[in-house]
Design a binder for this molecule. Structure first.
Ligand SMILES: [Zn+2]
Length: 490
């Protein structure tokens, strides 16, 4: 998801410290300005006829996308149906790349390629179990967290120690968890901008390592998710170099509620759990980044880079995360190309192995760091409507920012003074110090589905998906037809 992969990275880098949600800055006041009409000559008759009042070819293409785009849906419907889950580094992810390359070629993209890289690959193993042995014997619903160690097939049995919040675990004395299973029940609430993930995420990102540092033999967390279904949320957890990983899993929210009630009733009676998690490391395997281009008329100009990620967790068909994102960016790129050959090349990057540690983003930057990117944008926060546009050049290039913001106001998108940090797969643009845009999607229900087996096609609202494509088409169409550099703030 946009930005939060980076938050997670920053957290892991910061070790075991406590997090605060990101600070907000006031909205920029907008002034009216005139839209460039340079692309008007290229307006296709069909696009004009279908919409009537649009200002130029790109605007017409965006309006047409809002009305009837089917391409983004075609992508996400196809990859969830024909490929399904795409765990990084596995043959399933490789099938996803092959499928995506076929789709790009069939839809007019050029220079379609799979750029392979090697990675250390983790897989979840057999069915996980978490059984309360005493005093209230019953099975709880659990999934392993990425990078979790194995309990071995026979599992382990230990007393559970309850921490209502991550801060309570931070406060626990060294050695106080020797031989115990830590239960971190840090609770997440939905937010439109996804900032609840920054508040709750540390329990998953670093909770197991923190508990292990205090002696825990395993960790179970309340899912980092906002639903009340028995659909536990996986996601990566991290252990510092030199620390042995421990088994770590996430209980569904109702099961975490149940375990909390057990603690409320049990008094001084210990609560004992039998936990079986059997993940494995496959060693070095191949992942890859899929790229494709709508080739522009001036090959000397740096391209506009549109990113998403092709992998998903094993338990999810990856509809919201991130099949929809790949569909949105590809549909927008093609719409702009159909509106008239753009000045700049538009390159799509379907990054591999995002979920497990941004390996594709890192590999892409390493391979292409000497090839300047004009501007980067990512879609990785589901398929609900875009409500705000952020950039990192609203101060250094205010005219362009205002033009972009004005152009998408008709789709219900607000301007902002937030500084865009770019999605997780845009490492290359950050490494180059380049221009970034974040098209912020409504994340209110994103964490109901995130990293669960409930992330399926039926959750995508086709109308909101089309609004995404419309906004992207408009923004990418303006950017791809600008010759001057975009100039992020230094
Ligand atoms: Zn994602």
């Amino acid at each position: 998801m946009t930005g939060w992969g980076l938050v997670r990275k920053a957290w892991q880098a910061a070790g075991l410290a406590l997090a605060l949600p990101p600070m907000k800055t006031p909205l920029l006041a907008l002034t009216a300005l005139s839209l460039s009409l340079s692309a008007l000559a290229a307006v296709p008759a069909a696009a004009q006829a279908s919409t009537g009042s649009c200002e130029d070819a790109v605007a017409c293409a965006a309006d047409a996308a809002l009305e009837g785009d089917s391409l983004a849906w075609d992508f996400v419907e196809g990859i969830t149906t024909e490929v399904g889950p795409r765990q990084a580094g596995t043959e399933a992810e490789a099938r996803g790349r092959a499928w995506a390359m076929d789709w790009l070629r069939a839809n007019g993209f050029r220079n379609v390629a799979d750029e392979p890289f090697q990675m250390r690959t983790w897989v979840p193993g057999g069915p996980p179990t978490a059984r309360i042995v005493s005093p209230y014997p019953q099975d709880l619903t659990i999934v392993p967290l990425g990078n979790s160690a194995s309990t071995g097939p026979d599992g382990l049995t230990a007393e559970v120690v309850y921490f209502p919040s991550y801060a309570d675990l931070v406060a626990a004395p060294a050695g106080s968890l020797d031989g115990k299973i830590a239960f971190i029940s840090h609770d997440m609430r939905p937010t439109q901008d996804g900032s609840g993930y920054g508040f709750a995420g540390p329990a998953r990102w670093t909770g197991a390592a923190l508990a292990a540092s205090k002696g825990a033999v395993a960790t179970v967390i309340r899912s980092i998710g906002t639903d009340n279904d028995r659909t536990p949320h996986t996601g990566g957890t991290g252990f510092p170099d030199g620390m042995a990983a421990t088994p770590a899993g996430a209980l569904s929210n109702p099961d975490a509620d149940n375990l909390e009630r057990m603690f409320a009733r049990a008094g001084n009676t210990p609560i004992t759990m039998h936990l079986t998690l059997t993940p494995e490391w496959l060693g070095e395997t191949t992942s890859g980044n899929v790229v494709g281009e709508i080739v522009g008329s001036d090959p000397l100009l740096p391209p506009v880079l549109l990113a998403c990620h092709i992998d998903s967790w094993w338990n999810s068909t990856g509809a919201f995360d991130d099949g929809a994102g790949c569909g949105i960016i590809a549909a927008a790129a093609r719409n702009v190309g159909e509106a008239g050959k753009p000045l700049r090349t538009i390159r799509v990057l379907f990054a591999g192995a995002e979920e497990v540690g941004l390996f594709g983003s890192t590999a892409y930057s390493k391979a292409h760091i000497d090839e300047p990117i004009a501007v980067g944008i990512e879609s990785d926060f589901g398929a609900d409507r875009i409500w705000r546009i952020d950039s990192n050049f609203s101060k250094s290039n205010p005219d362009l920012y205002r033009e972009l913001a004005r152009s998408v106001a008709r789709f219900g998108v607000a301007p902002s003074g937030e500084v865009a940090s770019g999605g997780a797969d845009l490492n290359i643009v950050r490494d180059q110090g380049g221009a970034l845009i974040d098209l912020q999607q409504d994340g209110t229900r994103y964490f109901d589905l995130h990293h669960t087996n409930n992330d399926t096609l039926d959750k995508i609202d086709p109308q909101q998906l089309r609004q995404n494509v419309a906004v992207w088409t408009q923004v990418v169409g303006i950017l791809a037809n600008r010759a001057e550099p975009f100039g992020p703030a230094k």
